[in-house]
Design a binder for this molecule. Structure first.
Ligand code: ADP
Length: 468
């Protein structure tokens, strides 16, 4: 049995309400991947304390062991909402223009990483593997090493890794990347991100790989992998059989009333390309007035990170845009965009995906995009919907049989909608089969096994072949 400690900034099962409030994508693959392993999950509890004490709360929930600590208000402002979400998130998604650089954010980030590392250190035993997740925790291994931890520590980045011309706009970028080199294994979602990281190392730090996926730094060897995160496809298909998913599917079919539903499901984030998506849909409606009333767009986008100004701006922009498009094209018995800001359960979403004729996944930049994989898993094999997918998602490197588009081009999106609506069922079935095979084969368990195999230091599992 594995002796594993998984660290993410937020232990979400303990704090789902807070996870939504802070706009964290729910780390479902981590939950799936940990099931049945002898793992301990550690992170922030989601709760705010007046004074940080570092005292651990230990719990067991759904067979998973969890340890968490409360952070103080300054940690939340400067570390979680500050450096992680206002500085790093925009930078990693190529939006230097939206990134905020504040010295106290940097200090708060270092303090937050240090506090989490110090809190978990007493529970790390000699034979534990430690697996740290995502951009809020770049510095954890550095902190653990300073405390004397010489366990194998791995890191997986769920977001993109940007080109060095973007990253070098981050003050202290070299210090941050050097701290990252305290991990033994560093995983990225795609080969492109991995290459961008290696390119940064070579040009900014003068570090060249000694083998294709191996670098050496200060006498240590670090593996740098591309390993796309997967969903638990079998579990997702089981979800479809739940009463809630069935009811959601039936309600969606009834409400579509013979019209083809185009579905979009995203957190309301600037990286998701929602204004561009609405513009492409508007372009289609204008080009094909004969198709109006036969289709509609259901866009589900619950607000996230409301206390950050650019998130309220995008919310206002989308309200104005959907109002304008509806005003322009609607008739007395048809509304072209149903724009919904409410949260939906996984079961409800599964039912909606199955009822959709088209899934629109069009981010401007996205590390992976799990919605694309969930949409594929939810389809009826005999009458599957078509996935329209941005080429700037990590998922596009695997899901080659989707209709891949440039999300910045309204024309490309409009043409893809037309192609999807006209696509014969035989072609839809052929494309879906290939998409589902990859979603099912490279699933959450495969991702987790492959990463841990590398972290243990063995190379029995072959490198993924589909990452170009
Ligand atoms: P991100 O992590 O950037 O939010 P992903 O698509 O990779 O984007 O993952 C989002 C996860 O959150 C998916 O599992 C998806 O089903 C879920 N999700 C996305 N949008 C919504 C929504 N509107 N309501 C409920 N869950 C959502």
């Amino acid at each position: 049995m594995e002796r594993l400690i998984v660290i993410s900034s937020l232990v979400h099962a303990l704090a789902e309400g807070e996870a939504e409030a802070h706009g964290g994508g729910l780390p479902q693959p981590i939950v799936s991947a940990m099931a049945g392993r002898n793992a301990l999950w550690f992170g922030w509890s989601g709760k705010v304390t007046e004074r940080f004490t570092g005292s651990l709360k230990l719990e067991c929930c759904d067979g998973m062991r969890m340890a968490s600590v409360d952070l103080d208000a300054a940690d939340i402002d400067e570390f979680v909402n500050g450096y992680a979400n206002r500085t790093l998130w925009p930078m990693l998604h190529g939006r230097t223009d939206l990134a905020e650089f504040e010295r106290h954010f940097t200090d708060g980030y270092e303090r937050g990483n240090s506090r989490l590392a110090r809190s978990i250190m007493p529970l790390i035993e000699e034979d534990h593997l430690v697996w740290v997740h995502d951009y809020p925790l770049f510095l954890v291994a550095n902190e653990l090493r300073a405390l004397g931890c010489d366990n194998r520590i791995g890191f997986f980045l769920h977001t993109p890794w940007p080109h060095r011309s973007i990253l070098t706009a981050l003050p202290d970028h070299a210090r941050m990347v050097q701290a990252l080199l305290c991990y033994d294994v560093i995983g990225f979602q795609t080969e492109d991100y991995r290459q961008a990281f290696l390119d940064y190392l070579e040009s900014e730090l003068g570090i060249s790989p000694i083998e294709d996926d191996l670098i050496e730094f200060e006498g240590r060897c670090i593996r740098v992998l591309a390993l796309p995160v997967g969903i638990d496809a079998a579990e997702y298909r089981d979800l479809l059989a739940s009463p809630e998913a069935r009811a959601s599917h039936q309600a969606s079919m009834e409400s579509a009333n013979g019209r083809s539903m185009i579905a979009g499901v995203d957190r309301l984030d600037f990286s998701k390309g929602l204004p561009q998506r609405f513009a492409g849909y508007d372009r289609f409606l204008s080009a094909r007035p004969d198709m109006q009333e036969q289709i509609f767009l259901l866009q589900i986008a619950p607000p996230a990170r409301n206390d950050i100004p650019c998130y309220s701006h995008i919310r206002e922009e989308l309200e104005a845009l959907s109002g304008r498009i509806n005003g322009k094209h609607a008739t007395s018995n048809w509304v072209p965009i149903r724009y919904v800001n409410r949260e939906h359960s996984r079961q409800q979403l599964a039912g909606i995906f199955r009822a959709a004729r088209i899934g629109l996944v069009t981010p401007l930049q996205d590390g992976m995009n799990l919605v694309a994989k969930e949409f594929v898993a939810a389809q009826d094999p005999e009458n599957p919907g078509v996935l329209i997918l941005s080429k700037f998602t990590g998922a596009a490197a695997q899901l080659k049989e989707a209709l891949t588009i440039n999300p910045f081009s309204a024309d490309e999106l409009a043409e893809a909608i037309e192609q999807a609506l006209k696509m014969p069922v035989a072609e839809r079935k052929r494309r879906w089969r290939s998409l589902y095979d990859i979603v099912n084969r490279e699933d959450a368990a495969w991702w987790c096994d492959s990463f841990l195999q590398r972290l243990r230091g063995s190379s029995e599992i072959e490198r993924p072949v589909l990452l170009s």
